[in-house]
Design a binder for this molecule. Structure first.
Ligand code: KE4
Length: 436
């Protein structure tokens, strides 16, 4: 795979952009090598500056569930952009998308658009603190909700602990307002509520975790969170930035039949343009400025282009058979990978939920951060690099999800399975020849 132009661009990019990128995972530090500089996407494919073609499983980290440059989205954006790009004033487009979201996710009676998932979760937590008059929040080890200060914390030693800064620049006392529990461990959450019965404003959770790799909720886990938050007067916040309109038309909450108090969205609802949203019960949302005292604002919030791309994307996703098609493609990919692992020596766990999938280089079941954190990341890096050289662009981190889109054809899946099978046997041979 020729990568001369990408290598040159990466060198130049590192002069002007930290790590040469605008989001860390794109720099390939977790997998090594030079990130291809992408010039075009079409359907399930992306093309780099050296003319290489890849079957893309990053899909912009989730937004592109329709695939790249879907004609209906592109045509609508072409028309919209001729009317201008931003007004800083209300538009009907915001009502249209808000109505689509509220009818798809009944727990959302009112919604506020912002420009990223980070803004959505940051604002939802501020709102929860204001509504309850409490300061502490609970998140889960391995859960990622964007880079707001109070969420860049890791658990301390022990099971359920006070948060510790997970990045320089996060004030320690601020991190202490964040409590951390293991995912899928409702008992640990109960202990935190018993220890701080009147201090916890909210529990924020990915209903299907996808930021430690894909880790599905165990039966009863989410129900327990709903019970505990109701019992102790805290809000339950579902961070559906990834799962929203990914696992079904609406939220994962529709599948699990659990009603959170607030929901955060992003990615798919913007069709690939910058977007985020938070919403929930009218009683809570009415506290948001200008109606209420909880301040939150944004120059480009509800941007007409992002609204347009989101509206067209949800229109397509609301059509019949869409999620059955996604399930069919993703299940064939999973089956193909599982069958490809012929040698028991190579420890792999394939963890999939709907069209989200992670191949863990570990024999552990994917239950929480602790269980997946022992995965062989060096082996994953070799796997990733060899896949990439064969034209399959997997997600460049062991602790991320790969995304299947409606554009991934039967041929794409078959080709991917064949390539993964070939690469796995090569990686296995190397690792047992001591080369890994
Ligand atoms: P953004 O601020 O990146 O739009 O959204 C933050 C966020 C919030 N909640 C969840 C569940 C998320 O997964 C994210 C962001 N996801 C990552 C990928 N795991 C974005 C990719 C990146 O950071 O470059």
């Amino acid at each position: 795979m020729k990568l001369e132009r990408s290598r040159g661009l990466f060198r130049e990019a590192q002069r002007y952009l930290p790590g040469g990128v605008d989001s860390p995972v794109r720099a390939f530090k977790a997998v090594g090598g030079t990130p291809p500089f992408i010039v075009r996407g079409q359907g399930s494919k992306v093309y780099d500056a050296d003319g290489n073609e890849y079957i893309d499983y990053v899909c912009s980290w989730g937004p592109l569930i329709l695939g790249h440059a879907h004609p209906q989205v592109v045509d609508a954006l072409k028309k919209a952009i001729e009317c201008g790009t931003s007004f800083g004033a209300p538009t009907e487009l915001e009502i249209t998308l808000a109505k689509m979201i509220c009818s798809a996710i009944p727990s959302i009676e009112m919604v506020r658009f912002v420009n990223s998932g980070t803004e959505a979760t940051m604002s939802a937590l501020r709102l929860a603190r204001a509504f309850t008059g409490r300061d502490k929040i609970i998140k889960f080890a391995g859960g990622y909700h964007g880079h707001a200060d109070g969420l860049l914390v890791k658990g301390g030693s022990g099971l359920a602990t006070l948060g510790l800064p997970n990045s320089p620049g996060v004030p320690t006392n601020y991190a202490h307002s964040t409590l951390v529990a293991p995912y899928n461990n409702a008992k640990a959450v109960a202990q935190l509520f018993q220890r701080y019965p009147n201090d916890i404003a909210a529990v924020i959770v990915e209903p299907v975790a996808a930021n430690m790799g894909v880790v599905s909720p165990q039966p009863g886990f989410l129900e327990s969170l709903r019970g505990l938050t109701s019992r102790f007067g805290a809000l339950l916040i579902f961070d559906e930035v990834i799962t929203g309109f990914r696992v079904t038309y609406g939220g994962a909450q529709n599948l699990f039949k659990i009603t959170p108090d607030l929901t955060c969205l992003g990615k798919i609802i913007g069709g690939g343009l910058p977007v985020g949203a938070y919403g929930g019960k009218q009683e809570i949302m009415e506290m948001v400025a200008p109606n209420g005292p909880v301040y939150q604002a944004g120059t480009l919030s509800g941007n007409p282009l992002a609204m347009t791309a989101g509206i067209e994307t949800l229109k397509i996703l609301s059509q019949p058979e869409v999620y059955e098609r996604l399930e069919d493609a993703a299940s064939r990919l999973e089956e193909g990978i599982v069958k490809a692992v012929f040698s028991p020596k190579l420890k792999l766990t394939v963890s999939r939920f709907a069209s989200l999938l992670t191949i863990f280089f570990s024999g552990n079941p994917a239950l929480d951060y602790e269980s997946v954190s022992h995965a062989e990341t060096a082996l994953f890096g070799r796997f990733f690099q060899q896949l990439l050289s064969e034209g399959v662009y997997w997600s460049p981190s062991q602790f991320e999800a790969a995304f299947v889109s409606l554009a991934h054809s039967t041929d794409d899946i078959r080709l991917t399975v064949g390539t993964i099978s070939k690469v796995l046997s090569h990686v296995e041979r190397q690792s047992f020849e001591g080369l890994a």
